[in-house]
Design a protein around this ligand. Structure first.
Ligand code: HEC
Ligand code: HEC
Length: 215
């Protein structure tokens, strides 16, 4: 049962899975298990069942039925949670949008509607997606607060960088995240992430890192 739910979820959220050979795989598995009890993860399941047909796997409107709707955009823009909840509950017509967006209040429970809105709030926003990537892959070394104080930090010298005070620009971050520390003449403890996460996830995590910078 666990496995059946687990693997599609990983794809839905774009969460990356660390290979079992890594010493921190067990911690990542624990983190993912905890994540499954959260609204966003439950919302991902609702989205997959009821919404991907029109909105596409990632909510970007790239779906099988897109052609049927011609000019009507099926992508979900970054928006407020309350707006998502109303349009999902009442349908597009009631909010001055396309009638093709059905009302879901009779089909889904309040909890399901809240969960799927929370999920959309994450997937439609690069910074929120990046936070998921960060929390799934980086906290063990760089810490929950991105201050370089992860639980594994004391094992390493030089220590994982404090990302809240980084003086490196996005291009540099893109290179070290993609190619690893060694390729940049730095510690090889900083992994080569292009082997584990997608180029989109790398962009998303860079967007998230911008939000943790202390000004
Ligand atoms: C039959 C096709 C269809 C299905 C199924 C569908 N939608 Fe929609 N949805 C639309 C259309 C069409 C629009 C665009 C309305 C417009 O822009 O005029 C839309 C718009 C939206 C919007 C507003 C997007 C924005 O950027 O303003 C949200 C949020 C949304 N849908 C969520 C959902 C959720 C959640 C589900 C599943 C529970 C779902 N939709 C299922 C067709 C669909
Ligand atoms: C196994 C531990 C480990 C993990 C996991 C890890 N890093 Fe690192 N990272 C390091 C270490 C160690 C350094 C410092 C290398 C040095 O100073 O030579 C570093 C450096 C960096 C830097 C350079 C920052 C600067 O200011 O110079 C960035 C950016 C970075 N990591 C991002 C990430 C991201 C994003 C993730 C997750 C996708 C991640 N790291 C996961 C260990 C890790």
């Amino acid at each position: 049962m666990m496995k059946i739910i687990f693997w599609p979820l990983v794809t839905i959220l774009g969460l990356s899975v660390i290979t079992a050979s890594n010493s921190y795989a067990a911690d990542n598995r624990r983190a993912l298990k905890a994540a499954q009890s959260k609204p966003v993860i439950r919302g991902g399941i609702v989205f997959k069942h009821y919404c991907t047909l029109c909105h596409g796997q990632r909510g970007d409107g790239d779906s099988r039925s897109a052609k049927l709707y011609g000019e009507i955009p099926l992508n979900i823009n970054p928006g407020k949670l309350e707006y998502y909840i109303s349009i999902i509950r009442l349908g597009g017509g009631k909010l001055g949008k396309s009638e093709f967006m059905p009302p879901w209040q009779n089909e889904l429970s309040d909890e399901q509607i809240n969960d799927v809105a929370a999920y959309l709030n994450v997937v439609s926003n690069p910074e929120h997606r990046g936070e998921v990537v960060y929390k799934t892959n980086c906290i063990l070394c760089h810490g929950v607060n991105a201050d370089g104080k992860g639980r594994a930090a004391k094992l390493y010298n030089p220590p994982p960088a404090n990302l809240t005070t980084s003086d490196k620009n996005d291009d540099y971050k893109r290179m070290i995240i993609t190619n690893g520390g060694k390729a940049m003449g730095r510690s090889e403890v900083m992994p080569i992430w292009s082997e584990q996460i997608s180029a989109q996830e790398i962009e998303d995590v860079i967007a998230y890192l911008r939000t943790v910078l202390k000004k």
